[in-house]
Every structure is written in structure tokens, then in C-alpha cells.
Design a protein around this ligand. Structure first.
Ligand code: IMP
Ligand code: MG
Length: 194
């Protein structure tokens, strides 16, 4: 196909150490995931509740692969990551339109499941929102053997090691989200840094 090339790791120069999941593998998996999700909902209308900002790129690709009638709601969450291994509290930035979820089959979409606090917080927020059903979908699920009781997701794109990843929506300090591949940073942040 003609057109401007997607940006590459070169855009970020020496910041990127290695591509962990290249864009073609992501695309193939998102395709398959959309099929799994559609199969589960059996043609019912779906309300996708996307967790901003990290899910933005995944969301855009997933939506266009879902052969369902889809509504979109957005919620912006901010997590504070303290020194404690499970991370800090998760704050809702702005307003979640709970009225739009009443009676709906809701699929929460996030970029990555790490400590599980984000999904747990959303579970609490939706507990009395009178949804018809609530399921969760993440592109990445980080291996956290230290958190055996962590909240799990219903649909998972890839299981990954406990490493800090960027690209395809995932950021470090709000940077690298527009990288088309999922990558490791040369200077990998340790847990406890933002
Ligand atoms: P949890 O609440 O600890 O499960 O973490 C979920 C949120 O933390 C995600 O939505 C991301 O915003 C962020 N996060 C966790 N791990 C990473 C990572 O490796 N790279 C970028 N963001 C991450
Ligand atoms: Mg996030």
C-alpha cells in the first residue's frame, strides 16, 4: 500500500532497546481477539468502555475488527505508583457516564494488566451501575507471580514478562505512545517510578 510510512523505533532513536512484539504480530492477535470477543457476545450490541489514555491505539484497531454493533464510552484513570509493589491508588479523572451503561453489555478495554488495581477500581465503579454484564479485555497481561490474587481479565491479547513496555498506546512519562511496536526501553524504569 502507498502512503506515508508508519514511524519506526528510529523516531525515538536510542531510547528503545528492543522490539518485544512487532506490529504484524499485534495486528494478527488483535484480529483473533476480536473474533473471540464477537463469539462470546453472540451478536448482542456491545458497549466498549475504554480506559484512557493507554488503550487508545489498541481500541482503535480492535473496534474496527469487531463484527458487532458497538457503542463507545471513555473513562480516564490515573494511577499513582508508589514504592509499594502493588502500585498506588487509582483516581478517576473527569466523569464516568454511568447512565450510558445501564442495561448494557459492557466490555472494559485497557492496555495492560499489571497490579490489577485499575480493573479492580473499575469493577467497583461499575458494581452498582446496573450493567447487563461486565467483562474486561486487555492487550497485555503482565506476569506477576508476587500477586497471585490479582484481578484477572476475561480477554487477553498477550501474556508478557514483568518488564516495563512502551508503544502501541503504552507510555513512559506520556511518551512513546505512537510507536507502532511494543518495545523495551534502553533505560528500563524500575517499579516504583511513575
Ligand atoms: P495496574 O492498575 O497496576 O493493573 O496497571 C494498569 C495501568 O498501569 C495500565 O493501564 C498502564 O497505564 C500502567 N502500566 C502498567 N505497566 C505498564 C508498562 O509496562 N508500561 C506502561 N504502562 C504500564
Ligand atoms: Mg493506563
Amino acid at each position: 500500500m502507498d502512503g506515508p510510512p508508519l514511524i519506526s523505533q528510529r523516531t525515538f532513536d536510542r531510547d528503545i532497546a528492543e522490539v518485544l512484539i512487532p506490529r504484524d504480530r499485534i495486528a494478527a492477535r488483535v484480529d483473533a481477539l476480536a473474533g473471540e470477543i464477537a463469539g462470546r457476545y453472540g451478536g448482542e450490541d456491545l458497549t466498549v468502555l475504554a480506559v484512557l489514555t493507554g488503550s487508545l491505539v489498541f481500541l482503535a484497531d480492535l473496534l474496527r475488527r469487531l463484527p458487532l454493533r458497538v457503542r463507545i464510552e471513555l473513562v480516564r484513570l490515573r494511577s499513582y505508583r508508589g514504592a509499594d509493589a502493588a502500585g498506588g491508588p487509582v483516581e478517576v479523572v473527569g466523569q464516568l457516564d454511568r447512565g450510558a451503561l445501564v442495561g448494557r453489555d459492557v466490555l472494559v478495554v485497557d492496555d495492560i494488566l499489571d497490579s490489577g488495581r485499575t480493573l479492580a477500581r473499575l469493577g467497583d465503579l461499575l458494581a452498582d451501575a446496573h450493567c447487563r454484564s461486565v467483562r474486561t479485555c486487555v492487550l497485555l497481561r503482565k506476569r506477576r507471580d508476587d500477586l497471585p490474587a490479582r484481578r484477572d481479565a476475561d480477554f487477553v491479547g498477550f501474556d508478557v514478562a514483568d518488564r516495563f513496555v512502551v508503544g502501541y498506546g503504552l507510555d513512559f512519562d506520556d511518551m512513546y505512545r505512537n510507536l507502532p511496536d511494543i518495545c523495551l526501553l534502553a533505560d528500563e524504569p524500575r517499579r516504583g517510578r511513575p
